[in-house]
Design a binder for this molecule. Sequence first.
Ligand code: ATP
Ligand code: MG
Length: 548
Amino acid sequence: METDKATNFIEEIIDADLKAGKYKSIITRFPPEPNGYLHMGHAASICLNFGVAQKYGGTTNLRFDDTNPVTEDTEYVDSIMADVKWLGFNWANVFYASDYFEQLYVFAVQLIQQGDAYVCDLTADEIAAQKGTPTEAGTHSPYRDRSVAENLALFEAMRDGKYKEGEKTLRAKIDMSSSNMLMRDPLLYRIKFAHHHRTGDKWCIYPMYDFAHGQSDSIEKITHSICTLEFIPHREVYDWLIEKLGIYPSKQYEFARVNVNYTVMSKRKLLQLVNENHVTGWDDPRMPTISGMRRRGITANAIRTFCEKAGIAKREKVNEFSLLEFCVREELNKIALRRMVVFQPLKVVITNLDKEIELNIENNPEDENGGTRQLMFTNEIYIEQEDFVEVAQKKIFKMEVGQAIRLKGAFIVQCNEVIRNADHSIAEIHCTYYANSQSGQDTSGVKVQGTLHWVSSKYAIPVEIREYDRLFKVENPADEEGDFKDYINENSLNIVNTALAEPSLKEATLTHHFQFLRKGYFYLDKESNPSTIIFNKTVGLKDNWSKK
Ligand code: ATP
Ligand code: MG
């Protein structure tokens, strides 16, 4: 097969396996537990699993690892499918580990019959106590040598609900003196009287991770089962079970988790943020979830590029959030429609303008097919308060009495006078415009230092702007002392209620990303409605995040 060069160690392994003729084609899987919404770490795993399969002409299954009935929910299943699709990937099949419960039970019976598994009556505490330590062998369970017949009967009784939770477990009979603690007779099944989101109340025994994952891989004939580094010690159990059962020899490979600074990347922790109302939901634009990033205006392309740049490593590292923002800016610069929005308006009267002038302004200078939009230039406009200064400054790019400045896409105006309120605060600014200075056909010869964004007071519409800061005050909240929630940045949301936008933004939809000139990139929020138009700030125009 003709393939591009391998770009990471996983691809090198696959490349070599294919060259050696080990497989005709490869099959990977993405195996989320449906106990929360997917986050950036999952995005990395999705890009890797689906990406290598695509590159080497194989396929990928989406498999819900739903063996823990207590934490799972169909809401999570639906969101996971939506997120994978949105990222741009297609699975060959959707499977549920729970579909294999019957088959897994049969595998367990096989192990018992072979003398490779036994029913144990020890409590969780007793099992822990007799496990030993990494330097000291564990002790055998007194139930380890039960006969096959007795084990079969007990295991069936477990399934039939004859025992209480914790009263009995099924354990693999491996080696209580193994240097790998997980090989010391690991649990295969536990009793749990819980309603399962798919199998309902059919089962009261549930397989443990080690007895579900590898077997599911094998049933699906997964060639390369890619997981994160913490599963390295599980690999020995994975291989042992597949060998004892004599089933398809799937192989496990591990890579380092992808982390991002100033956030947490664990569904369990993210769930706490949601449940304790530190954020408004899983898709809060401050969340590192795929749905949060999508709502914020981060594109699937930018996430894929980020995952590519973060890379697949054998050692953990923390990626800079600013790397993601870099990828976002790079893409949005190419696709975002340019619009003008004034956040803190200051009224400017153009005293010599006695008509409305229709302007056509380009939507995106980076896109020659971007087209133009119509704007009306009127004798009352707004500029940003901070774009007017009273005290002359050197190298000034702002409006100042006695100076001329250009209004974007419109005309050069000369600032003449400041009109004040009774309390001396500024009421409005009076300017005159140069009729022959229209952008694109300027014959005025007037030199200006800067260009300001503006909106017409007659046509502008009010919009709500939501600006976000990092969710945590420290780089690695999960590694800090105490609770990670002690490090939440309480000022991570800033709502601007004074903004006025050019009227075309009334028609904004979720299909468009916007650059508000001189302000940053913005995206319509899902809570937006005709009476309150809301934009999320996706990212600023410049990097304010990376280390100084
Ligand atoms: P969490 O702790 O957030 O629940 P998890 O590893 O338990 O994460 P799963 O739903 O079991 O989440 O993961 C599905 C797949 O995504 C697994 O193969 C897992 O290894 C991978 N994955 C999860 N988090 C990361 C991460 N930060 N970086 C890379 N891959 C990840
Ligand atoms: Mg998990």
